[in-house]
Design a protein around this ligand. Structure first.
Ligand code: SAM
Length: 159
């Protein structure tokens, strides 16, 4: 559960988990894609922890303008996940994450397949989301399980 006292904790959970996962000596080389990056809050926090190889995907022009002004992302993609294949190249990222971008009116649960496409073989896909959209969450979990049955990815952890 990512809600505590009604407050969304996705940003700090993502940064904490990723910094535990990737030792400081590897943070410059690890290639990371921030999906539904918004204003770039998470990118800024990761850059402060030494991650310098960050790209962002975000459909909104004004969010993109804001995140580009933070000067922490190298490449940016102005696209929606979940409609058709995006132009993000296949199999390029060691880490693909989304914070607060999954849910009704945001990325459809089937967008997970696109995250898998973005990741390198052996790469990490990390999803931080609220748990209050129960139907969406149920569909997402079923879909993630079906991708695992197809051996397209492997569940590592659910927090
Ligand atoms: C709640 S904000 C989270 C922003 C950022 N990740 C953060 O944690 O600060 C959700 C973001 O998802 C983006 N978004 C909505 N639908 C999307 C889609 N289908 N594909 C990609 N991004 C989407 C919105 O433009 C918005 O910036």
């Amino acid at each position: 559960m990512i809600l505590e006292d009604g407050k969304f904790k996705g940003h700090s959970i993502l940064v904490e988990t990723l910094t535990k996962e990737v030792p400081e000596c590897r943070r410059k080389e690890v290639r990371v894609l921030d999906v539904a990056a918004g204003t770039g809050l998470v990118g800024v926090a990761l850059a402060q922890k030494g991650f310098t190889n960050l790209d962002a995907l975000e459909p909104s022009e004004c969010m993109l303008e804001c995140l580009r002004s933070k000067n922490v992302y190298t490449n940016t993609f102005q696209e929606f996940v979940g409609q058709a294949h995006t132009s993000v190249p296949q199999g390029c990222y060691d880490v693909v994450f989304v914070v607060g971008g999954m849910g009704y009116n945001h990325i459809p649960y089937t967008g997970v397949l696109e995250f898998v496409r973005f990741a390198k073989p052996g790469g990490l896909v990390m999803i931080c989301m609220r748990q209050d959209e129960e139907d969406y969450l149920t569909q997402l979990k079923e879909y993630m399980n079906s991708l695992e049955e197809q051996q397209l990815w492997k569940k590592v952890n659910i927090g």
